[in-house]
Design a binder for this molecule. Structure first.
Ligand code: ADP
Ligand code: ADP
Ligand code: ZN
Length: 214
């Protein structure tokens, strides 16, 4: 099963992608997580990506596409994946199509997690991320067991720099300009599925399971 998660920053793509990956036994491929791991490890890629991310801009397509194509070569991605945060532009979607065509496969579902902008800004200010393993929490809606500490690895939780309100506004603008057109793109291919991302985490996952088959 090959799945794409669409939706604004903070819509809940990552949260749902992790649940999908676990239930359907496919890898969760998050370009944001890959970039953040590279920044943490101070790689060349990380150095290049950081300045864009800090400003709430997209990392250039060329860099992003080659990173995803490399990830597809790993054995766990052979039979499917859930893509979270990629594609984010029409050129990225076209590159993905070309790669799929070459391997004789296709996207089964592009799931749009729909959340209006007003709700996004509120959600992002409450998001907390683990500095070590990338797990995400929310102060109200998905709180860790112990304040400020990751349930999975025990490390500290932070508010990501790019989740501060000024940067969130910027990222929403970038989303509307560059990423939202993908909704029509995948609708035209007949694989677009919509879920109401304003519902609680489990309800959203319930809608997704109906789409994917229990
Ligand atoms: P969110 O889901 O909260 O928007 P992500 O973790 O997916 O955040 O992405 C964080 C940042 O990483 C983005 O704002 C962007 O700078 C960069 N990024 C992630 N995926 C892509 C992509 N497919 N194309 C370009 N930049 C990306
Ligand atoms: P994205 O990957 O689309 O940027 P996340 O999955 O990181 O979004 O979710 C953004 C924030 O909102 C996180 O703090 C997460 O815990 C929280 N969240 C995710 N889904 C929901 C939901 N359905 N209701 C309330 N909060 C949610
Ligand atoms: Zn952790």
């Amino acid at each position: 099963m090959r799945i794409i998660m669409l939706g604004a920053p903070g819509a809940g793509k990552g949260t749902q992608a992790k649940k999908i990956a676990e239930k359907y036994n496919i890898p969760h491929i998050s370009t944001g997580d890959i970039f953040r791991a590279n920044i943490k490890n101070e790689t060349e890629l990380g150095k290049k990506a950081k300045s864009y991310m800090d400003q709430g801009m997209l990392v250039p397509d060329e860099l992003t596409i080659s990173l995803v194509m490399d990830r597809f070569q790993e054995p766990d991605a052979r039979n499917g994946y859930v893509l979270d945060g990629f594609p984010r532009t029409i050129p990225q979607a076209e590159s993905l199509d070309a790669a799929l065509k070459e391997s004789g496969s296709q996207i089964d579902h592009a799931i749009n997690v729909d959340v209006p902008d007003e709700a996004i800004v509120k959600r992002m200010s409450g998001r907390r991320a683990c500095v070590n393993c990338g797990a995400t929490y929310h102060l109200q809606y998905a709180a860790p067991k112990k304040d400020g500490v990751c349930d999975h690895c025990g490390e500290g939780l932070i508010l990501r720099d790019d989740d501060k309100p000024e940067t969130v506004e910027k990222r929403l603008g970038v989303y509307h300009d560059q990423t939202q057109p993908l909704i029509d793109y995948y609708a035209q291919k007949g694989v677009l599925k919509e879920v109401d991302g304003t519902r609680d985490l489990e309800e959203v996952f319930g809608q997704i399971k109906k789409i994917l088959g229990e």
